[in-house]
Design a protein around this ligand. Structure first.
Ligand SMILES: Cc1cc2nc3c(=O)[nH]c(=O)nc-3n(C[C@H](O)[C@H](O)[C@H](O)COP(=O)(O)OP(=O)(O)OC[C@H]3O[C@@H](n4cnc5c(N)ncnc54)[C@H](O)[C@@H]3O)c2cc1C
Length: 465
């Protein structure tokens, strides 16, 4: 048997690993493989910070696997075709009867797995990325829900009735388990750039960040989560995106702390669980509608849109030079840190698609190329929501006012001041749209606004109509 790690870089609650440990021949040393496929990753627009984050977790995984007498081999293959050739050859050479892995959702990945089977690779797949298996929560006609709220209700009913499969941490079997110091001395399998070092490894997050978030922050999450200057959200998206933390583990711990949460949808803590259910919603959407992986608008009505796509405006948006401080600060947060606050993702996505009338796919791609938590299902869902082309998207006539958003969610301009130091000295009232103030004081250290909000809004309404 061969164990194949992909988007499930963890030993905790990993169904493929669990099966592998139960089925393998006694305690004999065995092998697992992870493919580094940089060329393929590039075609999927994975950011360098996400790749670094993956590599750090693969190094940690290799050490954790020693406790199970499993040695992890990292194989460099340019693309999926090379992965298949490697596996074919390896299975023949070592008489492998089963290759065990967890499913990946995206269309190229599913096609690769299909091809593996067609080429005689004995691939056996499990599911590790969601709480409720995909395809289980369906409407009365047996189809995927097209609206989030009824999906959420059905999801909650399903979990109440059936529970969910949490496998826990497997017991180590190796005769001698390395101490932390010993394992730190081992050469890492993959060289990392350090780009993602500000994000601790998943193990530390499980021990410290999650318990602390549940204990101290989740109760005020609903009240504070929209304010980018406050660290009020969990910061778990990068770990969920690469499968370093199990969503089922998150729910298990959550239920231990809030046992009634599945029937308490009006409680403050539920607001956070609601987001995890959005994640499940978008993953199911991609599962039922794989064309979404191929850049298709969910809503057929919008598939023939011809977007004006002004290149200069797009560049200004990417570089954080639109002249709208909240939009610019958000884009600088993305460019400098590889992460962006959710409220800001909504604001900048709305600005790109509605104020600038630029194709949402340009923004989706730019996000993927920069985000540490780049995830096709959530990113596509978020962009199509903002562009009004998606499933349960915001209606086309809702156009976020970037000045009003700034006044509401960054009232004192703390977030703006952090990322746009040029504006640090401005009074709170002026910082959200500083152009009149700057002109009055003859200051020229900030960009003029590239569009006028009122005119852009009317143009967007007209365009969408
Ligand atoms: C335009 C746009 C693009 C986005 N791109 C991505 C992406 O590439 N990857 C990604 O993981 N999220 C994406 N999101 C969703 C959301 O912004 C991030 O998941 C969130 O900001 C991560 O911060 P957190 O971990 O502190 O989340 P918390 O607020 O603590 O939420 C907990 C978890 O729930 C999930 N979640 C939260 N909000 C959403 C949502 N709206 N949709 C789906 N899942 C959600 C995430 O896994 C998150 O870690 C996008 C949203 C928008 C509007």
């Amino acid at each position: 048997m061969l164990l194949w790690f992909r988007n499930d870089i963890r030993t905790h609650d990993n169904p493929a690993l669990d099966y592998f440990l139960a089925q393998r021949n006694g305690l004999l040393p065995s092998k697992a493989v992870f493919f580094v496929s940089e060329k393929q990753w590039l075609t999927h627009d994975w950011s360098t910070i996400k790749i670094d984050f993956i590599k750090r977790h693969v190094n940690a995984l290799a050490q954790q696997l020693l406790a199970f007498n499993i040695s992890l081999e990292v194989v460099h293959c340019d693309d999926f075709a090379e992965q298949i050739s490697f596996l074919q050859h390896y299975c023949q050479q070592h008489n492998i009867m089963q290759v065990v892995a967890n499913q990946e959702l995206e269309v190229n990945e599913t096609q690769r797995d299909k091809l593996c089977l067609e080429k005689g690779i004995p691939l056996c797949l499990f599911e590790s990325d969601v709480i409720v298996a995909k395809g289980k929560v369906l409407n009365k006609t047996g189809e995927m829900y097209k609206v989030f709220t009824p999906y959420k209700r059905a999801w909650l009913t399903y979990v109440r009735q059936h529970g969910f499969d949490y496998l826990g941490k497997p017991n180590s079997v190796a005769a001698t388990v390395l101490t932390e110091q010993e394992s730190a001395k081992l050469m890492p399998l993959l060289v990392c750039t350090g780009e993602s070092d500000l994000w601790p490894l998943a193990e530390q997050v499980e021990q410290q960040v999650i318990p602390e978030f549940y204990e101290n922050k989740v109760a005020s999450y609903g009240e504070k989560r929209d304010f980018p200057a406050i660290k009020a959200t969990s910061g778990l998206s990068p770990y969920l995106a690469i499968g370093a933390i199990s969503p089922r583990y998150l729910l298990l711990l959550f239920l231990q702390r809030f046992p009634d949460i599945l029937v308490a949808s009006d409680s403050p803590e539920f607001t956070w669980l609601n987001e995890l259910i959005w994640r499940e919603f978008y993953r199911n959407l991609l599962f039922h509608q794989p064309e979404l992986s191929k850049h298709q608008c969910f809503n057929p009505k919008y598939r023939s849109i011809i977007w004006p796509n002004n290149h200069a405006h797009f560049n200004a948006w990417c570089e954080g030079k639109t002249g709208y401080p909240l939009v610019d600060a958000a884009m600088r947060q993305l460019n400098q840190t590889g992460w962006m606050h959710n409220r800001l993702r909504m604001v900048v996505a709305s600005f790109l698609t509605k104020h600038l009338l630029i194709d949402w796919r340009w923004g989706e791609k730019y996000f993927m190329q920069r985000l540490i938590d780049g995830d096709l299902a959530a990113n596509n869902g978020g962009w199509q929501w903002a562009a009004s082309t998606g499933c349960d998207a915001q209606p086309y006539f809702r156009v976020f006012n970037p000045i009003r958003q700034s006044e509401r969610f960054d009232p004192k301009g703390q977030f703006i001041r952090k990322y746009i130091p040029e504006l640090a000295q401005l009074p709170d009232k002026e910082i959200h749209f500083p152009h009149v103030y700057l002109a009055k004081h003859n200051l020229k250290n900030y960009w003029p606004a590239i569009v006028d909000h009122k005119q852009a809004r009317l143009a967007a309404l007209d365009f969408y109509r």
